[in-house]
Design a protein around this ligand. Structure first.
Ligand code: SF4
Length: 355
């Protein structure tokens, strides 16, 4: 009796928190035919309406009943900034006034149009090089709030570049694996034909390294890609910049990643930000190469983007090239990601709701 139980509730519930079987139950309780649930679901997730009045193939009385007990909580665009290199950062306001950011990263030469989405308001993991880590973690995003970022940036991508998004990365504000259930539901919506219908192979979830939850991904045999924000190849150095490493050291992480690889057959990506004089030496490259020998992996080297109050410096370009060359000499697949959107604080590690 989902609908009846809602009647006794004073505040309206977000209808997008209701799954399809529950929606069917509500519709039947209202004496409507089952197919109405499909119509409502399509309005919510495929067409992305923001009000019940837009659901024009429903009767007025059904719309009134829904309106009486439910609301549709969508994101509102707060600020949009465009970088000199084409990167677009959007800040959104959530229904409770919190703000989050998503970034559109266009690379026309590779035909790649990627959105980087947030999964939490703030973050609890306090990585030393990250602006989000300096914010308090306020709350997890719900599945619709993650999904909306993709949907809205997709519209932005069509408007600016005349084509839809090609890739989705969960690398914005927050740790996706600490919001596991909602992250998984958002992936389901993005990849389902009843949502955006994008292949899960176009989705990458990035984690700072929560071994227990990586094992859960393996158990759930997920189809999307997994990236580990590694940034240091020894426990000593990783403890220094990522406190989460103290409970999830490299041996434990490698073990969980191996389980992930064995269960899914998907290659792991290591994200590695190079910091001048800290983790960009030949010895660091050799230590990283040793980690890559556990199972098939590829390394994405990322240029560091300075943030306020942090003493790390960006590695010299030549040092980055030497580092990459050393890794390649070990037979490791390496890409170098030059920083994007720095001028608008949209680059990796810079998201912090700044004006
Ligand atoms: S790098 Fe990711 S996990 Fe670490 S503080 Fe920033 S948002 Fe959180």
């Amino acid at each position: 009796m989902i609908f009846v139980s809602m009647i006794s509730t004073e505040t309206k519930k977000d209808i997008r928190l209701i799954n399809k079987p529950e929606l069917v139950e509500i519709i039947l309780e209202l004496g409507e035919p089952k197919f109405r649930a499909n119509q409502i679901y399509e309005w919510l997730w495929v067409k992305g309406v923001t009000s019940f009045d837009e659901m024009t193939n429903l009767s007025k009385s059904l719309r009134q009943s829904l309106k009486a007990f439910y609301e549709i909580r969508t994101l509102r665009t707060d600020v949009t900034q465009k970088s000199n290199d084409g990167t677009i950062k959007s800040r959104y306001t959530l229904h409770d006034g919190h703000k989050i950011e998503a970034v559109l990263i266009p690379v026309p030469s590779d035909n790649r149009y990627t959105v980087c989405v947030s999964t939490q308001v703030g973050c609890s993991l306090t990585c030393k090089f990250c602006a989000t880590g300096q914010m308090k973690r306020e709350r997890n995003l719900d599945p619709g709030e993650i999904y909306d970022q993709v949907k809205m940036v997709n519209v932005q991508c069509e408007a600016h570049f005349d084509r839809p998004l090609t890739n989705i990365v969960y690398m914005g504000m927050g740790e996706p694996l600490l919001n596991y259930k909602n992250m998984m539901r958002s992936v389901e919506l993005i990849s389902s034909p009843e949502g955006m219908g994008l292949s899960p192979k176009r989705i990458t979830v990035s984690t700072a390294g929560i071994a227990k939850m990586i094992k859960k991904l393996a158990e759930d045999k997920v189809k999307f890609n997994l990236a580990l924000s590694l940034h240091a190849a020894t426990d000593e150095k990783r403890n220094e910049i990522m406190p989460i490493n103290e409970q999830n050291n490299l041996a434990v992480l490698m073990n969980s990643l191996k389980e992930f690889y064995n269960a899914t057959g998907t290659k792991i990506s290591y994200e590695y930000i190079t910091f001048k004089g800290f983790n960009d030496s030949t010895e660091d490259a050799d230590a990283l190469a040793a980690l890559c020998k556990h199972f098939p992996a590829l390394v994405n080297i990322i240029e560091y983007n300075p943030i306020d109050g942090v003493s790390f410096e960006k590695s010299d370009s030549l040092d980055i090239d030497t580092f990459a060359k050393r890794l390649r000499s070990h037979g490791i697949m390496v890409t170098i990601r030059r920083s994007r959107g720095k001028d608008i604080d949209a680059a990796c590690g810079q998201l912090a709701n700044k004006n």
